[in-house]
Ligand binder design. Structure first.
Ligand SMILES: [Zn+2]
Length: 205
């Protein structure tokens, strides 16, 4: 693309770094911003700056939060005997939207993927083990996508968790086949949590 302005070119180059955004879309977004009020654009850039600089990760569950301990972990009404293990904050949002789950979460931050060079050490596993040692957890629920990475991660975690005196269950994973939790509709996802199955029987089925 031949740009009439270096500033325009620079902004387009930044937008084009976003996932799923090509040069043409980036240019459309940038021109759109140029048509907005300066105040609106200021709010937009402030929101992004604050997001990157001020956001925290909950020291208990690693979910994205505004405080050192997230609202879910600090809510007195949540069932502290249940911990649902998910990949990232989108899964927490999807499960919260179902209103069918009242336990806590543990956000791994990634799934094991040897092809992409992501190993167990890149996931928040040690802190999960630590929670099982010190907290009053009675059941761990795996809610990971039904992909090879999800399967590999559950297999690994199950090995690490099996000596603890806790139930290990998994959501009905046929529902998320080849997809990710955030794309499953709320009713189906909600049902798959309430009808979760023990992990052992899920693998021998
Ligand atoms: Zn938390």
């Amino acid at each position: 693309m031949n740009f009439s302005s270096k500033l325009l070119e620079g902004a387009v180059a930044e937008f084009a770094k976003l996932p799923g955004v090509g040069q043409k879309t980036a240019l459309r977004l940038v021109l759109h911003l140029l048509n907005q009020d300066k105040d609106d654009v200021e709010r937009f850039s402030t929101a992004i700056n604050k997001l990157r600089n001020e956001i925290q990760f909950c020291s208990v569950c690693h979910n994205i939060a505004d405080q050192p301990v997230c609202e879910i972990c600090s809510a007195p009404k949540r069932d502290r005997s249940l911990v649902c293990v998910v990949e990232d904050t989108r899964d927490v949002m999807a499960i919260e939207n179902t209103s069918q789950y009242n336990g806590l979460y543990h956000v791994l931050g990634a799934l094991i993927s040897p092809m992409d060079g992501v190993g167990p050490a890149d996931l928040e596993v040690d802190s999960l083990i630590e929670r099982l040692r010190t907290d009053e957890v009675k059941e761990v629920i795996f809610a990971l996508s039904a992909t090879m990475e999800g399967d590999t991660t559950i297999f690994y975690l199950h090995k690490r968790l099996k000596d603890f005196d806790i139930s290990i269950s998994t959501i009905a994973r046929g529902i998320a086949f080849g997809g990710e939790l955030e794309y499953v509709d709320e009713i189906t996802l909600g049902r798959s949590i309430t009808t979760r199955v023990p992990y052992e029987s899920a693998i021998t089925r």
